[in-house]
Design a protein around this ligand. Structure first.
Ligand SMILES: *Cc1c(COP(=O)(O)O)cnc(C)c1O
Length: 387
């Protein structure tokens, strides 16, 4: 992080005074861990998702792990997923003893290519775990048609998709098990946290059990442990932040969409004035009905540039612009390579993972920031363009 006061980070959470006061109230209340605020947050989320049961967890990673446990996925099972995600997605599959099977992505949406999923299904496949990169959902009709036809569970890694939609329905308000993250960078944050939308109360009880050591309470003084659970509960301090964030979310979402619109216009105008229209800079899908604009990501035309992504990032940083990489292909990580995965098996993911770049996008950004970033980026591309 630069010390420059005008440095624009790639993301930044927003907490208003009401949120800070609400946290202070919890700290003074005498009950700070999971309690009444958690119950209220879960009930409010359940209402938000059209009445489906919701349980919260300490983070999105624990949420996905528990989703796999609720679905009964373990050793010997295969789970189909995408190589372009935060490594948590496939780490939790390995964590329950199952095997991640990576299917290449669609270069336009940068999500798992559903047309390639069927070919990856084997007799061991138990579930599909799609990821909605930057908050853009996959074709949900096609996803659930494949799952139904092959009797598979769907565990949606909707970590980035809180507030996203499909055909007017909120992601999470329909489907199978839907997992969200409330990590500090996400559109709705509890600092750290996550929630799982489940099908029924029976699954919700199971999730509660896995969340706390595998414990079931019996009467006022009895208890039993019949499965191995973890310590994955969300505290009231986090829950009260989530309750406040839910109130601010509509305004945040509107602002994100306005900024995304400005990015498209500003980048295109800059490319035009720099006479760089032949440059194959890939912008996101212009979907303003479904996406929550969790991120604004471009894919650099590295074959047309005499520099690599690292240099573009360094030069942007020198201009006071923070960027991020979300994400390198998971199959390129040593843990995965050492288990026999090959990055070359998913060539589109390999290319996108090398050249994708996340530009700053967060509700408290100023309009002028977008112009500054667009001209900074295009200026750097022009400088290094081979043509
Ligand atoms: C943030 C994120 C996670 C993990 O969530 P944590 O709350 O950080 O554990 C998983 N998958 C994706 C796609 C994410 O963006």
């Amino acid at each position: 992080m630069s010390n420059n006061p005008s440095f624009i980070p790639f993301t930044r959470p927003s907490f208003n005074q009401e949120t800070i006061d609400a946290v202070a109230d919890v700290l003074r209340s005498g009950w700070v861990t999971s309690g009444p605020k958690l119950a209220e947050f879960e009930a409010t989320l359940s209402e938000y998702f059209g009445g489906r049961p919701v349980r919260c967890f300490a983070n999105g990673t624990a949420t996905m792990k528990i989703a796999l446990q609720v679905a009964g996925i373990g050793p010997g099972d295969e789970v189909i997923t995408t190589p372009i995600s935060w490594v948590a997605t496939s780490n939790v599959i390995l964590g329950v003893g199952a095997k991640p099977v990576f299917v290449d992505i669609d270069p336009v949406t940068r999500n798992i290519d559903l047309h390639k999923v069927t070919a990856a299904i084997t007799s061991k496949t138990r579930a599909i775990m799609p990821v909605y990169l930057a908050g853009l959902p996959v074709d949900m009709d096609r996803l659930y048609a494949i799952a139904k036809q092959h009797h598979l569970r769907v565990i949606e890694d909707a970590a980035q998709a809180f507030g996203s939609q499909w055909k007017g329905q909120k992601i999470g308000s329909f489907g199978d098990l839907v997992s969200f993250s409330f990590q500090a960078n996400k559109n709705l944050t509890t600092v750290e946290g996550g929630c799982l939308v489940l099908n029924d109360d029976c699954e919700a009880k199971l999730a509660e059990k896995f969340r706390l050591q595998g414990l079931t309470r019996q009467g006022i003084d009895g208890m039993d442990v019949d499965v191995l659970g973890g310590k994955d509960n969300l505290t009231d301090v986090n829950a009260v932040i989530g309750l406040q964030q839910l109130k601010q979310l509509p305004a945040y979402q509107t602002r994100r969409a306005v900024l995304a619109r400005q990015y498209f216009d500003a980048i295109r105008a800059e490319l035009k004035s720099a006479e760089l229209e032949a440059l194959k800079l890939e912008l996101p899908v212009e979907n303003f009905t479904d996406s929550n604009w969790h991120m604004f990501q471009v894919v650099l035309p590295l074959e047309q540039l005499a520099c690599d992504r690292a240099l573009v990032m360094t030069e942007l940083k020198d201009l006071g612009i923070g960027t991020g990489v979300h994400y390198p292909a998971i199959t390129g990580f040593s843990l995965y390579k050492n288990q026999g995965y090959k990055i070359s098996d998913t060539p589109i993911a390999a290319r996108i993972g090398r050249s994708i770049l996340t530009l700053p996008l967060f509700p408290s950004m100023a309009d002028e920031d977008i112009g500054r970033i667009a001209s900074g980026l295009v200026g750097i591309l022009k400088k290094h363009s081979k043509n």
